[in-house]
Each structure stands twice: as structure tokens, then as C-alpha cells.
Design a protein around this ligand. Structure first.
Ligand SMILES: Nc1nc2c(ncn2[C@@H]2O[C@H](COP(=O)(O)OP(=O)(O)OP(=O)(O)O)[C@@H](O)[C@H]2O)c(=O)[nH]1
Ligand SMILES: [Mg+2]
Length: 399
């Protein structure tokens, strides 16, 4: 108990020191770099609705969807780029995986035939391989995760982990007692792109079992990312449970105090630190709004995760232990890294990709879509407040 208290005090002191350092860093950045003091978007300014975070009724998805501007490559018009559809999945999630594959093959991949790469911490069953292979004409790879990428690191104390899980459970943090969930979040945060099977692959589209895709996508999304110099594509932007990431932001502040050179001048710090909407979340997460790109969908460039700045950031977080003593998710970790270290104009909202992972949707208004309601954000009750896209639009941009 005494140890926990003194740790808590030490954390607060460290956080304050790191925060002061951050402010100095930002002062220097905004004076040293022309234009860095202006974090406003360059295009049309999005005006935050009076409803706060929720876009209910005024969702940009209600406008007719035209797809992204510029040259888009239709099926057969160009060669595939270096990319894969990527799934971490368990054998017992086969039915959900098949349903997600069917949707993505129907709407996109039967036209482009990008390979599927399945990852598992144990061998895939013969049935899993047989049945998934039947769902696509493309190449399919089944990969086992190396133990050193999946196992709980040696510096993590199992006793402290157990104790922490009890506290997190009291705070109603979902899955906190499930060790594999913590391992999954860590692998998705900082290990997947190091798998030898992906060594020559640049782009990935992350697909989870049971997700749905509703709209025909008739252009090569990976070529779109490459041609338009994008790093990261998302569909849904929501708040996280602040109880699961109480020290993630303080740890991040410590890291950037050590590495101010990693902060991109056109960053999305204002998005990360917004406190106008849901101030309580920002307060509980010690300065982070908790707004993040929902990472069960990602179309992204692995070279960003492979960069020295991200590697250093991940190693810092990994050493801090929050993947196990708290329940840091890969979504806030990826989002904070992107918001600080990447040019925010390289982050793309795939507004034209109709998507659902229970309980949230991205559903555009387009004749290309079937099976979802344009502009519907959720079919759960009381969940509209979880939508934080308004923050992203206000502090970054809408495309
Ligand atoms: N092989 C393997 N895959 C896992 C494990 N835990 C999670 N996954 C996969 O990791 C992804 C995320 O896990 P989910 O259980 O869906 O986590 P979530 O999306 O936060 O939770 P839900 O809202 O319940 O879907 C899914 O693709 C799972 O199939 C595991 O222990 N082994
Ligand atoms: Mg899931």
C-alpha cells in the first residue's frame, strides 16, 4: 500500500515535470518552425456542433458520398502494391472470420486479390485453413507469432499484474483479467509489423472477425494511400475508457520531454489534448482526451511503425509496463503516436468504406452501400457520446 502510494506521488511529480518540459518544447517549436504555432487546418474549418461531440443529425456521412478526389486505380488498371489484408485471430473465431472475409471479398478484394495473412499465437487448425482458403482467389498465408513477440516480457511482475487486474476490475475495465487480451494489445501496438512474414510488405488492412463491410470499394485503397502520401487510414474515432490508460499520457509526456525532436510540426496535439468535450475523460486520463482511431480497422503504412521514433516510443511504453499493469490498448497507443509524430495531413478518413465492428458504424450515403443506415453511428443505446469524430474534424481535417 505504502509502495503504491509513493509510486503514485512519484508519478504525479514526474508528470508535472514532464508537462513543464513539454510546454517549453512547444514554445520552442512554435517559435522556431514557421507556421508551427498555427495548428489549424488549412482547408474548410469544421465548426463543432452545439451537441458537443455527437454528430447525430449533422453527420458529414449524410452528404452524398463521392469517394476521395484524384486518380483512383480501378481493378485491372495497375499492378498491386506491396500490401496484405491482415488478421490476428483464434481458431475458435472461424465463423466470424469467414463472415468478415466474405464481406471484404465481396466489396473489395475479389476485384484486387490482395493476399490475406492470418496470425495466431498457436497453430491454425486444418479446418481453419481449409475453410478460409475457400473464401478467396487470392494467396493466403497462415503465420504463427514468435514466442518472443507474444510472451509477457521478463521485466513484468506477475504479482503486480494480478494486483493491478483486481483494481482495474473494480474500475470496470473490460478484459483486465484476461492476460491474452493484454498480450494482444501489446502485439498490435508494437510487434505485428516485425513478423518475418511481413518483412517485404509495406501496407496492411487490418480485419477482425465478425466485422462488416457494406459498400463497394472500386479502387485500389493501398495505391490511393501510396499515391497520395498517406500514412494511416481510419473509419471511426471514439473515446476510450480513461481507467484503462491512466498513466499512458504521463508516460508519453516523459518520452517527448526526452525526444522533442520526434514531434512533427504539423501534429495533432490539440486533438489529443481536447478537454472541451468530455472534460472528465481528459481529467481521468491525466491530460489525454482519450479520443482515438478505432484500430480494429486500419489501412496503414508499416514503415511508420518501423521508424526509429515509433520504435523508441513503443519501447518506452513497453518498459513502463502499462500494457500489463493497466490495459493500454493499441488504439490509443497508435493514435497518440500518429497525433504527435506524424503530419496530420497524412491521416485519411475512409469515409466511403461502410464498416461495422459492434457496436459502431461508419456508413456513408451512397448507392454503393447496402445493409447499413447512412449516418448511423451506433445501434447501442446511450453510445452516441462515444463519437469523437467532431474533435478530429475540428483540429485536423475532414478528408
Ligand atoms: N490468436 C489470437 N488472437 C486474439 C487473441 N486475443 C484477441 N485476438 C484477436 O485480436 C483481435 C482483437 O480482439 P477482440 O477480442 O476482438 O478485442 P476487442 O475488439 O477489443 O473486443 P470485442 O469488442 O469483444 O470485439 C481480434 O481479431 C481477435 O481475434 C488471442 O489470444 N489469440
Ligand atoms: Mg473485436
Amino acid at each position: 500500500m505504502v509502495v503504491t502510494q509513493s509510486k503514485g506521488i512519484a508519478r504525479i511529480v514526474l508528470s508535472l515535470a514532464a508537462l513543464s518540459a513539454l510546454l517549453i518544447v512547444f514554445y520552442n517549436y512554435s517559435t522556431a518552425i514557421p507556421g508551427a504555432s498555427s495548428l489549424l487546418p488549412t482547408g474548410d474549418k469544421f465548426v463543432r456542433p452545439k451537441t458537443g461531440g455527437s454528430l447525430k443529425g449533422i453527420d458529414p456521412l449524410l452528404n452524398p458520398e463521392k469517394g476521395p478526389p484524384g486518380k483512383l486505380w480501378a481493378p485491372g488498371e495497375t499492378n498491386r502494391t506491396s500490401a496484405t489484408l491482415l488478421s490476428l485471430v483464434r481458431n475458435n473465431e472461424l465463423e466470424g472470420m469467414i463472415s468478415a472475409m466474405r464481406d471484404l471479398e465481396r466489396t473489395f478484394n475479389h476485384k484486387f486479390n490482395y493476399p490475406w495473412t492470418f496470425f495466431n499465437d498457436e497453430p491454425f487448425s486444418a479446418e481453419f485453413k481449409e475453410r478460409t482458403r475457400k473464401e478467396t482467389k487470392a494467396e493466403v498465408r497462415y503465420e504463427i507469432i514468435p514466442k518472443e513477440h507474444w510472451e509477457i516480457p521478463s521485466w513484468i511482475s506477475k504479482d503486480l499484474m494480478k494486483e493491478s487486474a483486481e483494481i482495474l476490475t473494480e474500475k470496470k475495465v473490460q478484459y483486465s483479467k484476461l492476460e491474452s487480451y493484454h498480450q494482444m494489445c501489446r502485439w498490435n501496438s508494437g510487434k505485428f509489423y516485425e513478423h518475418p512474414a511481413l518483412a517485404d510488405v509495406r501496407w496492411y488492412w487490418r480485419v477482425e472477425p465478425k466485422v462488416h463491410f457494406f459498400c463497394d470499394v472500386d479502387y485500389d485503397v493501398f495505391r490511393y494511400m501510396e499515391d497520395n502520401d498517406k500514412t494511416y487510414g481510419f473509419v471511426i474515432n471514439i473515446y476510450d475508457s480513461p481507467e484503462s490508460i491512466e498513466t499512458l499520457w504521463p508516460q508519453t509526456l516523459e518520452f517527448i520531454a526526452e525526444h522533442p525532436e520526434y514531434i512533427h510540426p504539423n501534429n495533432a496535439l490539440k486533438w489529443l489534448t481536447d478537454s472541451k468535450n468530455r472534460p472528465n475523460h481528459n481529467h481521468k486520463a491525466n491530460g489525454y482526451s482519450t479520443c482515438h482511431f478505432w484500430s480494429n480497422f486500419e489501412i496503414a503504412d508499416m514503415n511508420f511503425w518501423r521508424s526509429k521514433k515509433y520504435k523508441d516510443y513503443f519501447d518506452h511504453l513497453d518498459r513502463a509496463g502499462g500494457f500489463f499493469y493497466e490495459r493500454w490498448g493499441d488504439a490509443p497507443v497508435h493514435s497518440i503516436a500518429l497525433g504527435l509524430f506524424e503530419d496530420k495531413s497524412k491521416i485519411h478518413w475512409f469515409r466511403d468504406i461502410g464498416y461495422q465492428h459492434i457496436p459502431y458504424f461508419n456508413c456513408p450515403s451512397s448507392p454503393k452501400c447496402r445493409g447499413c443506415v447512412a449516418g448511423r453511428f451506433t445501434d447501442g443505446t446511450g453510445l452516441d457520446q462515444e463519437d469523437c469524430r467532431a474533435n478530429w474534424f475540428e483540429f485536423a481535417h475532414m478528408d
